[in-house]
Design a protein around this ligand. Sequence first.
Ligand SMILES: C[S@@+](CC[C@H](N)C(=O)[O-])C[C@H]1O[C@@H](n2cnc3c(N)ncnc32)[C@H](O)[C@@H]1O
Length: 453
Amino acid sequence: MQNRANPTTQRLEIWLTPTYKTTKASEVDTLLYMSSIPSKVVGGSTYLTVDVLPYLDGERAVRVQEAELLAQVKRHDQFNLVRIDDTGQSIALLNYPEFVDDPFPSLQESWRVDLSCSTVSYRTYADSLNPPILHRKELLLQPDDPRREAYAELTRTAESIGLFDDPRRIGYQRQWLALIREKGYRIEGHSLVPIGNDESLEDGEADLAPLHADWEASRHLTALVRYGFSAPVQSLARYGFFDGSHRLFDYGCGRGDDVRGLSENGLSATGWDPYFAPDNTISSADIVNLGFVINVIEDFDERVEALTRAWSLAERVLVVSVMLENQNDPRGQRFRDGVMTLRGTFQKYFTQSGIKTFLEQVLDEEPIPVAPGVLYLFRDKDMEQRFLMDRYHRSCIASPVTSTKSFPTILSRLPLRRHWKGSSYSTCQVMGLCRASLFRRWRKTDWPSINLH
Ligand SMILES: C[S@@+](CC[C@H](N)C(=O)[O-])C[C@H]1O[C@@H](n2cnc3c(N)ncnc32)[C@H](O)[C@@H]1O
């Protein structure tokens, strides 16, 4: 097993692990030991895969074996995860059959063993309509596991769109899927992709559109009836752009649901759409939203025109969103650089780097990706600096700094640079910022008195 010989790196990893911020002082020893093994801590209980059980220390290994004997089940065959509570007396043997394929696997069955009184309780979720689910799978994998990066990327995206903001809504499948939809996303494999267009098609609804060079897409058919704000508008809300001081213009607003929702919330928002709102005034605004428009335009020059027009209207920031490539792209024929769909619409599926390059090349500006398929371009460079600082602050301060409150308690001092020497560049950056922030926030004499909660 790799990385066991480097407790410093492991300790840094656990400091940066979001679950750690809920840790009590009495659990620190257990955690420091367990941190040498890929594991996830939730509410004082530690989750491990059966693959790492051989690396458990003698006492814990014996307890898991006892639990297996009492429950009369075999690791790998009947369960693939183990949950050990902080006393080590209660052990749950958990079966997540889709652990590898499902980005948020659901629990199918569990055996809870209470070693103090040798009892076993079995529960099945096989027929459940709303089973418990698992997040942050990467924490359970070895550092060199090839799947780890994809899982970690999914977690980062989920964090960036606010899926973990309310822990009460993440534990069970139905609430979780509803939450993802509410945020304007859906799951594709191990990715979260924005819900940008309506490409659903009933069987037999449309014949395949004729393929010829001057075919024109029915662009209006791509506009969704939205039941919540679109992903780009939600991203603006998350980054605090809706404090009442900014006007928004929605260029290519479709059916206008974002504009309506913002106006109903007392914000200044207007929009224009060549099909749904052609008579509305096209006006400039602090924020211009170009949401899922350029990906429905089949003509390259028109795409460029829509983008440059939207940019010309943006006094402070332009938000561009597009559909991203995924394996479930709608059926249809290739047409130019995209797909002509069965319902006569066009879709250009971008990669995240492809849309960034396109924006750079057309506008000669540096776009800032903020979520999958969503990018900001700032005309107001002061605002851009504030945004970047704030975002840095959120990523370094909001989660890791909360967890860094435990640094002084564990070490009775702040981590030194040499503690993260050898870690990745981003870890060094994060640690440096955390350290700087701690210096700003607390006097040295305060450290020993800082509570974990
Ligand atoms: C997928 S819908 C997105 C609508 C809305 N922004 C949303 O996110 O719900 C694409 C919209 O782009 C509009 N559109 C098509 N060509 C356009 C153009 N050249 N300029 C502006 N909007 C355009 C269509 O009428 C359609 O309403």
